[in-house]
Design a protein. Structure first.
Length: 349
């Protein structure tokens, strides 16, 4: 599960690292007061301002909900940092981290689905017109939310509130507790493979093929929303790579000799706060990306710029397909009937 800020540190580190506490509190506060209103604005724009919701807008809506849920939990972690201890009890400790992990898996799988969706739209345009239906997308999204519900279960088993006496203070820390190295290896490997490696492979495959196909076609103009989705995916990779590197370090530490094991554990502990802060920012950055991409609509549409941007992207995509179909019809009309029959037979074969 996601270890927010210093929750995997030893209690001595939590108490003494005033700088880390201050930085962590600032990052969490900014994420709360920028990311949460931003995601709520995206949800409001799609639900209340968008005249006709496209497949892409439905995906963006679900992504904003998943990110917003994570950001609503920031007061728990700000309180933890401010009081230098977990004061909410073990049940809330488990549930808060379960919800964080649940939202993390949902967000990442939706981003992965966006990549697959764009690949189908570009690589298989005629297939896309028949399968890119809102009803099907809603069913897939329901499956993603349900699968995330199951994948997020580890925190319920591995999160625990432990009490430690440090400098005369009896502290409670909500952190991962593994009964053995085998449990730690399973936990961190499970998390990194399912929430990062597999999605990254799918996303890389999708967009490498999209880039190759766009390079070989005359329709090289990118739809605005396509660019936004690419930026979302790049941000996802950049913000989550360090976190999963630390996970891998902890796995290697379990397999190493004693001296190397201690060194790797020390490195992981020293980096955990910073890389987790980066991962947390990923839930609040998407609204800023939409705002940056939609600056051209802000002057003309005001608060409705998100809806205008999605409408524009949908119109541009439809026009693109329309031009493609017209060009194809124009070319076919030039072919004699017998020649056309032979051509179509060749295509079918």
């Amino acid at each position: 599960s996601t270890d927010f800020i210093t929750t995997t540190y030893d209690p001595e580190t939590v108490v003494s690292s005033i700088g880390s506490i201050a930085i962590g509190s600032i990052i969490l506060t900014l994420a709360l007061f920028i990311g949460l209103p931003g995601n709520c604005f995206i949800i409001w724009s799609i639900l209340c301002k968008l005249r006709k919701r496209s497949v892409t807008s439905i995906l963006i809506l679900n992504l904003a909900v998943a990110d917003g849920v994570v950001l609503m939990l920031t007061p728990f972690f700000i309180t933890f940092l401010a009081m230098r201890g977990w004061v909410f009890g073990e049940v809330i400790c488990k549930m808060v981290y379960y919800i964080c992990c649940f939202s993390m898996y949902t967000s990442i799988m939706i981003i992965m689905l966006m990549g697959v969706d764009r690949y189908v739209a570009v690589a298989k345009p005629y297939v896309a017109q028949s399968i890119r239906k809102k009803k099907l997308v809603r069913k897939i999204l329901f499956g993603i939310w349900f699968l995330s519900f199951l994948l997020a279960l580890p925190p319920l088993f591995y999160r625990k509130v432990q009490k430690d006496e440090v400098e005369g203070m009896n502290m409670s820390i909500c952190r991962n507790f593994h009964k053995s190295d085998g449990h730690k290896i399973f936990h961190y490997t499970f998390e990194t493979v399912l929430s990062f490696i597999i999605p990254l492979i799918v996303i890389t495959f999708s967009y490498s093929n999209i880039a190759r196909r766009l390079k070989n076609t005359r329709f090289r103009r990118r739809v605005r929303m396509e660019k936004i989705i690419i930026i979302i995916m790049v941000a996802f990779a950049l913000l989550w790579v360090p976190y999963h590197i630390v996970n891998i370090l902890e796995v290697f530490a379990c397999l190493a000799e004693e001296d190397l094991k201690n060194k790797l554990n020390d490195i992981a502990k020293s980096l955990r706060a910073a890389v987790t802060a980066l991962a947390f920012v990923s839930s609040g950055i998407n609204p800023l990306l939409y705002t940056f991409a939609g600056t051209g609509f802000i002057k003309t549409s005001g608060l409705g710029f998100i809806a205008k941007m999605f409408d524009g992207s949908a119109s541009e995509l439809s026009a693109k397909f329309s031009r493609s179909n017209k060009d194809l019809s124009r070319e076919l009309s030039k072919i004699e009937p017998v020649e056309l029959s032979e051509t179509l037979n060749g295509v079918n074969q």
